[in-house]
Design a protein around this ligand. Structure first.
Ligand code: URA
Length: 273
C-alpha cells in the first residue's frame, strides 16, 4: 500500500469511530468468532460465559422485540447495582461492542438532584464514569457555583449523575433515535431506583427523551416540566459541551442554575405544560 492509501484507510477508520489505539497489535475480531473461546484476546471487558441476568430475564420474558427485552430487564432490577449489572451484560445494542466500559453513574444515589446527560465520551469510556472530561469539569464548576458537589455525602448538597446511553457512541456521534428508545427503559428505572427529588436534563438528547418531545433545548431550557414516568419536576438546560463552544450562552445557563438552587431550597417549581 502506498502512503496515500494508508492515510485514506486510517481516515476511513476514524470516520467509522475507530479513533483510538487500544492495543499494540491489531486483533481480527471476525476471525476470533470461529476460534476457540480460550484464545487470549485484548483487555476489552467481556460478558461471562455463564448465563447473565440479562440473558435469564430475556429467556424468561420471551420478548418479541429488543424494546420489550429492555423493559423486562430494567423492571426486573431491584437495586441500582442489579440495574448496572443488567445494562453491562445486555448484548442487544451494537454500541457495547465498540466501547470499553459501561458508564453507569457517579455521585450520590439518593441525592436530591439527579442530572441526566447524553452519552459517555472518550474520557468517560476510559474511566467508566460520566462527565469526567472537559465538559464534566465545566459541569462540576457550574454545580459548585450553586453549592453542589458530586463527591459530597450529604444528599442535599450532592448530585447523582447518569446518561441516557451507558456506552460511548463511536466517534462521539449523537445517538440515533433508535438507540435512545432502546435505552429509555433503563434510565426510567434508574431514576426510580435513585429516588431523586428533582431532575436536571442537560442538552437535547436527554430532554427530548425524558419529555417525549421534538422541541429543541433552546426553547425547552429554563422551563420546569413534569417527567411523566416519575412525576418528578424536571428542568432542562444547556449541555456543558455546548457552553464550551458557545460561552455567551452561559448567561442563560446561570439563570437555570439559580432556578434550580431556589427549588432545591424549597421554592415550588412553576411547572408548565
Ligand atoms: N457528555 C455527556 O452527555 N455525558 C458524559 O458523560 C460526558 C459527556
Amino acid at each position: 500500500m502506498s502512503r496515500a492509501d494508508l492515510i485514506a484507510a486510517l481516515s476511513w477508520q476514524i470516520e467509522l469511530g475507530a479513533d483510538e489505539a487500544i492495543g499494540e497489535h491489531p486483533v481480527d475480531r471476525f476471525a476470533e468468532q470461529t476460534t476457540p473461546a480460550t484464545r487470549a484476546i485484548g483487555a476489552m471487558p467481556r460478558a461471562p460465559a455463564v448465563a447473565t441476568p440479562a440473558e435469564d430475564v430475556a429467556r424468561r420474558a420471551k420478548p418479541e422485540t429488543a424494546d420489550q427485552s429492555a423493559r423486562a430487564l430494567a423492571e426486573a432490577a431491584p437495586t441500582l447495582q442489579a440495574l448496572h449489572q443488567a445494562l453491562a451484560t445486555w448484548e442487544v445494542s451494537e454500541l457495547r461492542k465498540g466501547a470499553r466500559n459501561c458508564v453507569f453513574a457517579d455521585g450520590l444515589p439518593g441525592a436530591h438532584l439527579m442530572i441526566i446527560g447524553e452519552a459517555p465520551g472518550a474520557d468517560e469510556d476510559r474511566q467508566g464514569k460520566p462527565f469526567v472530561g472537559r465538559a464534566g469539569k465545566l459541569l462540576d464548576r457550574m454545580l459548585a457555583s450553586i453549592g453542589l458537589d458530586r463527591t459530597s455525602d450529604d444528599p442535599a448538597n450532592s448530585v447523582y449523575i447518569a446518561n441516557i446511553l451507558p456506552w460511548r457512541p463511536p466517534g462521539n456521534r449523537t445517538p440515533s433515535e433508535q438507540e435512545v428508545a432502546l435505552f429509555l427503559p433503563f434510565i426510567e428505572r434508574h431514576i426510580e431506583l435513585a429516588r431523586p427529588k428533582l431532575l436536571f436534563t442537560i442538552g437535547n438528547t436527554p430532554t427530548k427523551a425524558l419529555l417525549d418531545t421534538q422541541t429543541g433545548i433552546k426553547r425547552m431550557r429554563g422551563r420546569w416540566r413534569r417527567h411523566r414516568a416519575s412525576s418528578l419536576p424536571l428542568l432542562p438546560s444547556f449541555h456543558p459541551a455546548y457552553l464550551l463552544r458557545q460561552p455567551s450562552e452561559k448567561r442563560l445557563s446561570w439563570h437555570d442554575l439559580q432556578a434550580l438552587r431556589r427549588v432545591l431550597d424549597g421554592e415550588a417549581p412553576r411547572i408548565e405544560g
